[in-house]
Design a protein around this ligand. Structure first.
Ligand SMILES: [Zn+2]
Length: 304
């Protein structure tokens, strides 16, 4: 099941309060494929969405919409319709009582904070999509209606969210891009399971990216230290050839021999293998010294 399907399932979960149930049903109808005083048509691949709308319509209006299932290769498609004029006009009157402006978001229905969240859950049930978190960060409400798109943007902004809107292939899209904005809308919807899953997926991705960076960085380090080791060995070999190794102070001589025998050893490991053990800095400074001596310089210790 995709993240989008799980969010639709969570949005469809039972509601303890009648006010929220109505607000969610209102959101689901507004964002349905068709919602007018004559007709309701919901098209969805989500079974929980179908069950929720059907159950809530039965509870609120006393009837269930007609249901048709289209078998498809991937997922079945459910088409719910109400075409009975008397029934539809009762539904419409319930969401737009006498005196209220018909057709868009009726704010009279969404006075309570709980109902604003429930309305967004309903809108997502029929009009929402979201991509897999950790992969990409797209969250859309789609509707054929410009008016609904504009009103939704205003409504979301009043909830301190920051949506964008665009016309895409003849469909109005109210969208959120980026992890932070999607987190905010999930929280505002009250979809906390999805929210926590989303945050976890995001963190996991960041940790993985971080690990990759560290690993890239490590292999870079490994390459650099191997190059350094080669140049140290070249220097020490030259000292040995010139018979100067024996003239070096013991700490330099011992380290030189250790390096010569262990090309792959890291600075830290060389330090641990020395006796007495040396810090990384001490090893580094001594190796540098050896290279200096080999390239013609001489150490004060050597002169002693
Ligand atoms: Zn409520």
């Amino acid at each position: 099941m995709s993240f989008c399907e799980r969010l639709k399932t969570e949005a469809s979960e039972g509601s303890p309060k009648a006010c929220c149930r109505r607000a969610r049903l209102f959101g689901a109808m507004l964002f349905a494929a068709e919602f007018s005083p004559e007709k309701l048509r919901v098209v969805t691949a989500s079974e929980p969405v179908v069950k929720r709308i059907s159950d809530d319509m039965k509870a609120v209006f006393g009837f269930r919409p007609d249901l048709r299932v289209t078998k498809r290769k991937e997922k079945d498609l459910y088409i719910m319709t109400v075409t009975d004029a008397a029934r539809m006009s009762a539904v419409y009157r319930s969401f737009y009582p006498a005196g209220s402006e018909k057709g868009g978001i009726n704010h009279m229905m969404l006075q309570n904070e709980c109902d604003k969240a429930a309305f967004l859950r309903g809108a997502f049930m029929t009009g929402g999509t979201v991509t897999e978190p950790g992969k990409s960060y797209y969250f859309d409400f789609t509707t054929p209606s410009l008016r609904l798109s504009n009103e939704t943007v205003t409504f979301l902004k009043e909830l301190d969210l920051a949506p964008g809107a665009v016309l895409r292939r003849g469909v109005r899209v109210v969208y959120f891009r980026g992890a932070e904005k999607i987190e905010s809308v999930l929280k505002t919807m009250g979809a906390f399971n999805a929210y926590f899953e989303f945050v976890n997926a995001k963190i996991e991705k960041e940790v993985n990216n971080g690990l990759n960076r560290t690993m890239n960085c490590d292999s870079g380090n490994a390459r650099r230290s191997l190059e350094a080791s080669k140049s140290q060995i070249k220097a020490i070999s030259a000292l040995k050839k010139g018979g100067r190794l024996g003239t070096l102070p013991d700490d330099l001589k011992n380290l030189a021999i250790l390096r010569l025998e262990n090309e792959d050893m890291s600075i830290a490991e060389l330090g641990r293998q020395s006796s007495p053990p040396l810090s990384k800095t001490a090893v580094y400074l001594r190796l540098k010294k050896l290279e200096e001596i080999a390239s013609g310089g001489s150490s004060e210790k050597e002169k002693k």
